[in-house]
Design a protein around this ligand. Sequence first.
Ligand code: HEC
Length: 325
Amino acid sequence: MRQSTPWWIRIPVLFFLIFGLMEYFIDSGDQPAFIAQPAAALFLVVVLVLLIAVELMMRGIENVLYRTLDPAARKRYLEMKARPRRWEWGMRVYRNLLGSRPIEEEGEIILDHNYDGIRELDNRLPPWWVYSFYITIIFSVIYMFRYHVFSGDDQQTEFEKEMVAAREAVAEYKRTAVDLVDASTVELLTEPADLAAGEAIFTGNCAVCHKVDGGGSIGPNLTDDYWILGGGIRNIFNTISEGGRDGKGMVAWKTNLKPGEIAQVASYIVGLHGTNPPDAKAPEGELYVDPDAPVDRVEVETDSTGAEVIIETDTPNPLESESDQ
Ligand code: HEC
């Protein structure tokens, strides 16, 4: 039985392979699986014991087989084991790639000039070098046709295509991972399907206190510019998720609604802004100006003379004071 690697390589390699696979497949958070889950550590110990046991069994079998051989076969077997056959194939490839003649044959390729005792061998070009050169030629032909004849994508186009694909992947990911949002990452949802779902959640859970139109009864008016706990999608998400001030009646909805649903109903509430429903409750809280509001909503008035900009600073201009000296 010929074994190519010694046991002291085989056992650790197999062990760490299994260890790595286990760590990869067991989801144990920040900690390594064998610390987080005692069963995993136990499993590793069993694996190690099994590996050693298998190794010992192989030895045993080899031993028994050896005893059954007749003396001539034993001798052949020992010879076979003693021959270093490790990496033989790799060594042959390496020698062929080098293409150098063994030192005994150098006499055949020596050139007949002699410079002060320095003589030259007429070695072949090493095959590894020649093959690399051929590969560059093949590469250049393929490259030329691909990019210069059939005008393949240049770096810019490739980059843009990758960005488009990445943006699609992100959108796809967000669609499947709706429940990964929290108050700091939530964005206003604009898909009609999300807003419809938000409306359904609102009429089902919130309308009792905020009225169907959001005008407010027990809870405050959600359609005006005034917010007790802050307006804008993030604050609203946070209020719905964590609840209002103690004893006011607005509970933390995170136990009943998934983050994705909170984002939907929060987006629906943002959409109620400015609807001015009849019999709405008077504004409560403070005026909230959304810092993320698109700039085109800011109105700038200019008169026919155009705008004049005066910048006043009370720190002296360092250049001026320098020139005074
Ligand atoms: C039991 C009645 C009640 C229900 C049901 C209720 N709310 Fe409220 N809500 C309140 C009260 C009361 C407040 C004011 C909290 C405070 O003053 O701290 C409030 C505040 C809010 C605010 C913050 C308003 C502001 O001015 O900052 C939002 C947003 C809100 N609720 C959304 C919802 C949503 C969405 C639901 C359904 C998932 C819901 N509420 C269900 C009673 C309720």
